[in-house]
Design a protein around this ligand. Sequence first.
Ligand SMILES: [Zn+2]
Length: 481
Amino acid sequence: MTLTIFNVMGREKQTFTPNQEGHVGIYVCGPTIYDHAHLGHAKTYVSFDVVVRWLRQHYTVLYVQNLTDVGHLLDTGEDRILRKSRQMQAKPMQIADFYARSYLDDMRNLLVQPPDIQPRAAGHVPEQIQMTQELIDKGFAYESNGSVYFSVEADEDYGKLSNRRVEAQEENTRNTAGMQEKRHSADFALWKKAEPEHIMRWNSPWGEGFPGWHIECSAMARKYLGANFDIHGGGIDNIFPHNECEVAQSESANEVPFANYWMLVGSLTVEGVKMSKSLGNFFTIKDALDQYRPEVIRTFILSAHYSNPVDYSPDSLEAANNGWGRIYNAVRETRRKMNHAPEGSDGHGFGTRIDEARAQFVEAMNDDFNAPQAVAMLQNFTREVNALLNGEASVGLETLSAINTFYNQYGGEVLGIIPSVDESVGNNAEREGGLIELLIEMRANARAQKNYAESDRIRNRLSALGVQLDDRPEGTVWRVE
Ligand SMILES: [Zn+2]
């Protein structure tokens, strides 16, 4: 297969060739876990979920996504997690753990498949110290008053990812923390000396301190994927300074190219302005999930190409809800008809149409993961499925099964917008009730055949699960203890 990727490094569409045939290593910058995640985070991580799901159709993938629990400083020089821990009067790691669980819950509820490795920065301080030391030894970094800075002037490639030149950055640098310790205003911290009141602190060759934000991704990517790996992803807003600094650190320390392909996701905007905590124009993932099914939120996010922004408004989510509903209704109707369909082939020749649809879907996804085109293709396909299902002639089981398989594979496994289990079967509570009723019937049959050992076994097993049976003149009733 030929997959093309728009490589932000070099800004051109390129044919994807992995380092090792059949295998892909991908690193995506994860969130800083100091608050509940908002829809902007959903845009980034649902987009990469679909990228990884598509890669997994063809490759063995190792997907690494970090969680930042130390070192991500505000412009004031204050650590985000430390500030929150002061506000909440909780320990920093309590804050990090609380919001890590919140984020992982949100991702699960959005049907995002978990990364293979989800390393946390505070658990990888020795690796970050080691890389910082290597950068000092190679002349790319220097110690100053207990902190260590990367020297941008020592790295002639600095700025190649974001296309920023060092002179330009000097003008608009906002971070004044530690300015007098730096040789150049664009130099960035690999290690920061901890002031007496700073709680998160570790021993290092330069005294007690804590790692800078960018070094964690360089150190953890190398640990789990190697010095040179296939794909690095993140949100476009982190291209500078974060991703640029990662490239500088990794390539200076390792002396090999860092990631071969850079994929950056466009922002989620509200009336054209990026959704962010600091601007206050945000909706949490939990708020969105209160209103819409995860498949609808995913359909909304996938309505724009991953590299483009997607604009949030109540109308845009409603449009996604309607578009998704049309597809899902056709899936449900297909599955319903499967229960009553005549066996065998029906002569409609719809199989050819499914083959075409499959080819179109594959072509869209192989063209830089063009999910909006893939969704549009599912919409067109659905119109034809509806025409078939609403037509006069009966549709055979073979055709219905092929349609259902197509939806499951591409709408379900790849895009994550088609549930594999039909909800017309009922929710979990209904299903559980039905299963208990079935066991009660089986127990009654056993008793009718005087097989008391079997009937007692059913009663005891249910009892062990907290389901108590009560035999009454009108029949057996059950209750959960
Ligand atoms: Zn990162």
